[in-house]
Ligand binder design. Structure first.
Ligand code: DQA
Length: 143
């Protein structure tokens, strides 16, 4: 089994970016912990971050062809704007879980709508980095 973890724009700043909202762990901390858990379960994992919408789309396209079974995605601000990321995910056959560190529903109204949720099999928000772990556990449990 193979999972792609995809992080959208500004998530490279985790740890220093509004830590009161997003926590003080860095993206490398989160990715390393996910890698450890995946390895333990015998899953292959690739973690990628991009600030560019097209690069996220290219990564989703690559996942269609390289045997990736599932995508865990935090599309960050593109969640609320990107029909193109939704379209790319609609062309991917595996499972998709959408993760947000913060509870987007408790925040500004423009964060309440997600294009990606139209495709996601599961959505997790507000659990901080534990949300990524919950997503990975769900995938592992489902096999
Ligand atoms: C986010 C929530 C988005 O609204 C925001 O634009 C982000 C991060 C989250 O993880 O809570 O950049 O996806």
């Amino acid at each position: 089994h193979k999972v792609l973890v995809l992080h959208g724009p500004n998530l490279n700043l985790l740890g220093t970016r509004q830590p009161e909202i997003y926590g003080d762990e860095t993206l490398a901390d989160i990715d390393n912990a996910l890698r450890e858990r995946a390895a333990q379960a015998g899953w292959e994992i690739a973690c990628r971050q991009s600030n560019h919408e097209g690069e996220l789309i290219d990564a989703i396209h690559a996942a269609r062809l390289d045997g990736t079974d599932a995508i865990i995605i935090n599309p960050a601000a593109y969640t609320h704007t990107s029909v193109a990321i939704l379209d790319a995910l609609n062309a991917f056959d595996g499972r998709v879980i959408e993760v947000h560190l913060s509870n987007v529903h408790k925040r500004e109204a423009f964060r309440h709508h997600s294009y990606v949720s139209l495709r996601a099999d599961g959505v997790i928000a507000g659990l901080g980095s534990q949300g990524y772990h919950a997503a990975l556990e769900a995938l592992i449990a489902a096999g």
